[in-house]
Each structure stands twice: as C-alpha cells, then as structure tokens.
Design a protein around this ligand. Structure first.
Ligand SMILES: [Mg+2]
Length: 192
C-alpha cells in the first residue's frame, strides 16, 4: 500500500495551543472552553476579528508549533504501517510563510522540526523517509501530488479534498472526524 496522510489536524492537533494563545491575547475569557472551530467563530465575531484570527493562526502554526500534539491513535497507525512495510507519505496543503505572521517563521521547517522531534524519521521511530513529506502551497497542487505519488489510500480531516472533482477516483478515502477516529481507520486500512 501507498498511504498518503494529511498533516494539520489529521496528524497534529493544535486545539490546546489555540486556546492558550487566544486566552493570553485576551481574545477569549479564562472560562472559555471550546474547540478550535468555536474559538475561531468567537474571535471572528470581534472587532477586527478576521485579522486577529489570522494573526493567531500564524503564531500557532509557526512560533508555537513545538507545543502541538500528535493526535491520539496516529502513533499506533504509523507503527503498524512501518511494521507491515507500507509506504507512508505526508502530503500537506501549507504555505511556506503565514500571511499575517510578524515573526516570518518558515512553516515547512517548523513542521519538519516537529516531526523530527516526534521520531517520524528515526529508524527506531516511524522510519518515514524525509523525502516522503510534501508541502504544497495550494489544494490543487496537493491533489496533483497525491496522484503523482500513486497513493492507494488517503486520510484527511477535510471533506473538501475528497469532494474536489480533481481528486483521483481510484484512491481509497478515509475522513478523520468525530465519528471516525484513528483506531477505526487503522482497522479499515490494515484489516481490510
Ligand atoms: Mg488538515
């Protein structure tokens, strides 16, 4: 199998980083609890909310990347993939720099450093070749990459990618979401 996996919010979770940083900037109150989407909707409803939200995103995906967490179940999936000698690719729609990031952090480098730290490239970790990681500036280029890599499976948290008419019909699709967690995807992929 040639298994392609999205990165942001599929492999890595930023929810707690968004909440902490939004609180630190006074964009949400101390008592605010909510998902990333609820935080976004709240901030967008404020004066200059759209700009505040973009600044926050630039900071979370850049300078604060190291604080992000591996989503539960990814670890077991990647270990199983390695043990069964499947080829794993990470294909992410990500610009090299955030549009509203005053620190101008290179987001590709930040993501690679995070993966290195989590053992993605170690022979005794997930043993994924670094060349198997691709950052594509647009969704269209992401889909072209999935095609060029001849992925047999693709896992993503956004349905838009699968609904895109350009998405190759012969690739098996797995949508990560509230009803479908990583252990369920592992079962569907490896025990099919
Ligand atoms: Mg994603």
């Amino acid at each position: 199998m040639r298994i392609g996996i999205d990165f942001d919010n599929t492999i890595v979770s930023y929810d707690h980083v968004f909440a902490a940083e939004a609180r630190a900037r006074g964009l949400i109150g101390d008592g605010f609890t909510g998902t990333k989407t609820e935080i976004r909707d709240h901030i967008r409803s404020l004066d200059d909310g759209e700009l505040e939200w973009r600044r926050l995103q630039g900071r979370v995906y850049g300078a604060l990347m190291a604080e992000a967490r591996l989503i539960e179940g990814v670890d077991a999936f990647l270990t199983e993939g390695r043990n069964r000698n499947h080829e794993i690719f990470v294909v992410s729609h990500k610009t090299q720099f955030g549009h509203h990031d005053p620190d101008r952090v290179n987001l590709w480098d930040a993501a690679l450093a995070w993966m290195t730290d989590k053992g993605f490239f170690d022979s005794d970790g997930f043993a994924i070749p670094k060349e198997n990681v691709f950052f594509e500036p647009t969704r269209s280029e992401k889909i072209a990459r999935i095609k060029a890599l001849r992925c047999t499976h693709f896992i993503d948290d956004l349905e838009e990618i699968f609904l895109d008419p350009e998405f190759p019909a012969n690739v098996q699709r797995f949508l990560l979401g509230p009803g479908t967690t990583w252990p369920a995807i592992a079962e569907a992929v490896f025990d099919a």
